[in-house]
Design a protein around this ligand. Sequence first.
Ligand code: CA
Length: 490
Amino acid sequence: MKSKSSFHALNFWIQILKAPASIMNFNFDKSICFFGLKLLILSPLYGGQGQKTPNMIVIMCDDLGYADVGFNGCKDIPTPNIDSIAEHGVRCTNGYVAYAVCGPSRAGFITARYPQRFGFERNPQYQPKDPDMGLTRDEKTIAELLRPAGYHSGIIGKWHLGAHIPTSHPMKRGFDEFYGHLGGGHTYFPEKLTIKRSQDAEGESDSYRTWLLKGYEPVTPRKYITDDFSDEAVAFVQRNRDYPFFLFLSYNAPHTPLEASEKYLNRFPKIVDKKRKTYAAMVSAVDDGVGRVLSELRKYGLEENTIVAFLSDNGGITTKNASSNFPLRGNKGDVWEGGFRVPFAIQWKATLPPGLAYDHPVSSLDLGSTIVSLAGAKVSEDKPLDGVNLIPFLTGENKEMPHKAIYLRQFDRNRFAVRKGNYKVVTVWKGAKPQLYDLDKDIGEKNDLADLKPDRVAEIEALRKKWNTELMEPTFLGLIHRKNHGKKKK
Ligand code: CA
């Protein structure tokens, strides 16, 4: 683990090395000396060809529908900045997350391991006094893995991996910076935030009204919080531009409550449905933020060597936030494609070809694995990552499929989905006959081919059973186990 003092020491040397020659009493000998010193200090951060290891920014939306970005065909919500990631990089048409609801999906992303391996298989309850209600200490986050490789990590926005500050706060889990909220969602307007301390919120709905945390300090956002998070992301890039960084920009938009400011609502005079109009405004606010972050990278010449990925944490919950997963079947929470196949694009201008559509299945687990691999960070042998370094696949250097299969288990519902190649087997309750779909020909999962292709079903079922033996049961109760779950609280 890199201590805070060693980080500050590194930062000190970086600041010294950045100092203008005039104030360093510049002369030739000194410049050579400083160049050598700079190489000595920063060499672990650079690759073999003098190529600085890349930064990574992962921009994750919350409950954004598969069809609600321009690069997936959205017509009524312009998303030019989000689309630019796909235009300058790769659009992954078959991009999956590790689970079909927020918490476990994020637990998977942040560890690059299937959350079912470590019992994070439910949306956690908001329990500020319970150290076990969240991400287990036995797992390492990507930020923890990247720290010894010299990376500075920050998270802005939603955490949702535990509300017990002494053990579960992001800065206890490898992040150097945090600005956001610990629970699963948040109210968007500062004037509605009436609970100062995060630890005073009693339950999930209360947590929506806490002040935000800047590090460990409660602060009130200065504006509509999507804009506030974008401000923070821009400042993060500006502040950390001189050394490798990992930024998890975790917008809670467009998760409910549906709330948007007039600035964004006014962009959609033609959308009549009030829910869809507000949702569109919320997505548009995110798009503005994405544009500002990309612009900040460009300003400092960082765009070439920063990997920027965009995705949603799960599928849209169409009835609640008026999102659209068309043409996929199902919603957030489902084992159908609409539950866990999401908008997914990634750019790395220095390396990836522009404008490519990549059709083999990829996973949110791959994002962390990619940066860990590129950074040369060490991974514990007994906890191998489930993701892969995507870069050789996206460049075409490796023409194989990145994954033998993509898996989903929902323990409480006895549901499974396993995708191998273009085939997917779905089991919807314990003992139910497995269904088989050919997603290349039937993206909407309408034609069950199980009776026609029993061998294919058996092959994928064998994979599922083997994978299932590697998993554990959930280690904590979830939101669904609260008595007031699903009931509105004023
Ligand atoms: Ca979500």
